[in-house]
Design a protein around this ligand. Structure first.
Ligand SMILES: Nc1ncnc2c1ncn2[C@@H]1O[C@H](COP(=O)(O)OP(=O)(O)OP(=O)(O)O)[C@@H](O)[C@H]1O
Length: 260
C-alpha cells in the first residue's frame, strides 16, 4: 500500500468572533412529502474552520449539504454561502458558486476510463480553464505529492485501493482550489488505519489550502482528528455544539451516547 507518514497536526482554537462567516444557515426547513426532515437548522461556519456534523442515520445531514450547494431547494430559511444567498442565484451564478465548493462524497467519483492524471487535468481544464501543459503537469505533480501518492499519475482508478481512491478523490477535488470543502462520510468503508490516515490528511489539507469544511461522519476518530467544532443533529435540528473535548466531557445523556 502506498502511504506517507502524516505527522500529528495540532489544532489551534478558532477565534470565532474575529473570523469571516463563510456559510450561514438560518431557520432551514425541508420536507419530503409529509416527512419533515429539516425542522430548524441554524449554523455559522467561519473561514478556515472544520465543522463536523454528527447524527444518527436519516437525520438530514446530507440533505443540509445538498441545500448548501443548491442541489435541493429548502422550504424555508436563509442559506448564505460566500456572501451570496443561494436561493436568489440564477443558474449561471449557482454554477459559478459551485466551482468554489469541493465535494467528497462516499464514492470518490473518479472517471474510471481516465488515468489519475487525466482525471486531474479534466478538473483543471473544466473549472480553472488551464490549458498550458506545463502548468497542468506542475499542478498535478504538486497535488499528488500533497496527498502522499506522487507516483499514481499514470494509474487507472481500478488499480487503486479504497484508501488510495479516497486520496486521489481528495486530490481531484482540491486541485481546483475550492474555498469550501463538503465531506460526506469520508472514511466510510475504510479500515481503521486508512481511516485515520484520511482524517489526518483532511486536517493537513485544511491547513495547507486554508479551506473551510463541513464534515459529515459517523467515525468518532475522524471527528476527533478533524473538528474545530462539532455539532450533533437530532430530530431535524442541531441539538449540541462544542469542541470535541467539550462534548466528550458533557454530562448530557444524549451527547454522552455518542462517545461511548
Ligand atoms: N431527494 C429526496 N427525496 C425524498 N426523500 C429524501 C431525499 N433526500 C433525502 N431524503 C430523505 O431525507 C431523510 C434524510 O436523509 P439524509 O441522507 O440527509 O440523512 P443522513 O442524516 O445524511 O443519513 P446517513 O447518516 O445515513 O447518511 C431520509 O429519510 C431520506 O430518505
Amino acid at each position: 500500500m502506498e502511504t506517507t507518514e502524516h505527522k500529528e497536526l495540532t489544532k489551534k482554537p478558532v477565534e470565532k468572533d474575529k473570523q469571516e462567516v463563510i456559510i450561514e444557515i438560518k431557520g432551514l426547513k425541508k420536507s419530503f412529502g409529509n416527512k419533515q426532515v429539516l425542522k430548524n437548522i441554524n449554523l455559522r461556519v467561519h473561514r478556515g474552520e472544520n465543522v463536523v456534523v454528527l447524527g444518527r442515520s436519516g437525520q438530514g445531514k446530507s440533505v443540509t449539504i445538498q441545500c448548501i450547494v443548491g442541489l435541493l431547494t429548502p422550504d424555508a430559511g436563509i442559506l448564505n454561502v460566500l456572501g451570496q444567498e443561494v436561493e436568489k442565484l440564477n443558474d449561471k451564478e449557482l454554477k459559478e458558486l459551485r466551482t468554489k465548493i469541493g465535494f467528497l462524497f462516499q464514492g470518490a467519483a473518479l472517471y474510471d476510463s481516465m488515468t489519475v492524471r487525466e482525471n486531474m487535468e479534466f478538473a483543471l481544464t473544466r473549472v480553472l480553464k488551464i490549458t498550458e501543459q506545463a502548468e497542468l503537469d506542475k499542478k498535478v505533480e504538486e497535488i499528488l505529492e500533497s496527498v502522499g501518492l506522487p507516483d499514481a499519475a499514470e494509474k487507472m482508478p481500478s488499480d487503486l485501493s479504497g484508501g488510495m481512491r479516497k486520496r486521489i478523490g481528495l486530490a481531484r477535488t482540491l486541485i481546483v482550489q475550492p474555498e469550501i470543502m463538503l465531506y460526506d462520510e469520508p472514511t466510510t468503508g475504510l479500515d481503521p488505519i486508512t481511516s485515520r490516515e484520511i482524517s489526518q490528511l483532511i486536517l493537513e489539507m485544511q491547513k495547507k489550502y486554508k479551506t473551510t469544511s463541513i464534515i459529515i461522519t459517523h467515525d468518532m476518530e475522524c471527528a476527533k482528528i478533524t473538528a474545530d467544532r462539532v455539532v450533533i443533529m437530532d430530530d431535524g435540528k442541531y441539538v449540541a455544539e462544542g469542541t470535541f473535548d467539550e462534548l466528550h466531557k458533557s454530562d448530557d445523556k444524549f451527547v454522552k451516547s455518542y462517545f461511548i
